[in-house]
Design a protein around this ligand. Structure first.
Ligand code: FAQ
Length: 317
């Protein structure tokens, strides 16, 4: 009897058995995972830039230490995710070259500028809050290395979210009127880009149906966006801030908040490379790569020298 590999594969997924790197998998599954995981890794690495901008200007030592730790965690997330993607057969150098050439995507959210200290609060509260909503279900993704990487990522994101919310809370409850206004201004600028992070509406999301069938994604873009809005509105109330959406209203019948129309033209422009900071972000990554070339060369030369020395010792023995 001939075994249908694709059917066996889907049965494993249906039975919640993880797919591991050496298991047979359809080529499209491998490509979809590579696309999503590498985009996710790039997002973490590019995502260090907007906050990195404020490390030298954090208002006190405690804030500075927490911000450095957060940005460092983001580097770590990028590294676990590149490692998970490498198990699918693409090298890190290839992934980076796709980022640097502009071929690979990364999250739209990191193409917005961070203009005040309150942006550090808004990013932690909203951007990490949205990331947690999207990423907790990824801990159950069908591909083992991705799911396992996400467990630690989510634990750290939860610290990041609290770090941001606490900055907002301090500005809003202990700050002077100018500081509270700064928090409101940050919310005004970060709200809509944060809800765009979840991606296009379900009916315009070309990858969702297949990714849900393969249990890479477990919850749709729109459902996650709604869940995020539902948990975030009461948090804004505690801060005493107003979400910049005049159509935002609790809908008793649906048991959810209704919200206004997202500006998809803005989203498409940012994803296409025309957001406020796309060019600056990409240039920073390319410059970092080029300026680090001598470090990579030195590390390789040292590794070769050590390997030769070790080989010499073995021969002599
Ligand atoms: N930005 O068919 P779908 C973080 C693209 S990490 C740019 O719905 P899919 C931590 C999408 O790639 C944030 N492009 O696609 C942090 C696709 O294009 P393609 C990143 C977007 O994959 C916090 C096309 O649109 N998180 O925040 C975006 O099924 C603070 C059609 O879309 C992840 O990557 C977007 N927002 O669903 C770090 C999580 N949305 O590839 C520092 C993992 C969609 O066909 C500071 N990824 N597109 O050319 C995912 O869950 C999914 O990939 C989605 C998109 C939900 C992002």
């Amino acid at each position: 009897m001939e075994i249908n590999l694709e059917e066996v594969f889907q049965q494993k997924i249906d039975n919640e058995i993880k797919i591991e790197p050496r298991d047979w998998m359809p080529e499209k599954y491998r490509k979809t995972l590579l696309r999503q995981i590498s985009q996710h890794a790039h997002s973490e690495i590019v995502g260090m830039l907007p906050e990195g901008n404020w490390i030298t200007r954090a208002p006190n030592l405690r804030r500075k230490v927490a911000l450095i730790a957060k940005v460092q965690d983001e580097a770590g997330h990028g590294l676990y995710l590149y490692s998970a993607a490498e198990t699918l057969g693409m090298s890190r150098d290839e992934m980076l070259s796709e980022l640097h050439s502009g071929k690979a995507k990364y999250s739209s959210i990191f193409n917005y500028p961070t203009v005040t200290w309150a942006d550090m609060g808004a990013i932690g509260w909203l951007v990490d809050g949205a990331a947690i909503m999207n990423q907790v279900p990824l801990c159950r993704a069908s591909y083992g290395p991705y799911a396992r990487a996400m467990v630690r990522v989510c634990k750290e994101e939860s610290f990041h979210q609290r770090q941001g919310y606490e900055i907002m809370l301090t500005l809003c409850t202990k700050g002077n009127p100018a500081q509270k206004a700064m928090a409101q201004d940050a919310l005004n600028r970060w709200w809509w880009p944060s809800i765009m992070m979840f991606g296009p509406n379900d009916e315009h999301s070309p990858n969702s149906a297949q990714s849900m069938k393969w249990k890479i994604k477990r919850i749709s873009n729109d459902e996650l966006r709604q869940k995020f809005i539902d948990v975030t509105v009461p948090q804004a109330d505690i801060l005493g801030l107003t979400i910049p959406d005049k159509d935002l209203k609790w809908n008793e019948e649906r048991g959810h908040y209704d919200f206004g129309t997202i500006d998809w033209e803005e989203f498409n422009q940012v994803v296409a490379g025309n957001g406020p900071c796309n060019k600056q972000r990409l240039k920073a990554r390319v410059d970092a790569w080029n300026n680090g070339e001598w470090v990579r060369d030195a590390a390789t030369a040292y590794a070769e020298k050590r390997a030769k020395r070790e080989a010499g010792k073995t021969e002599a023995a």
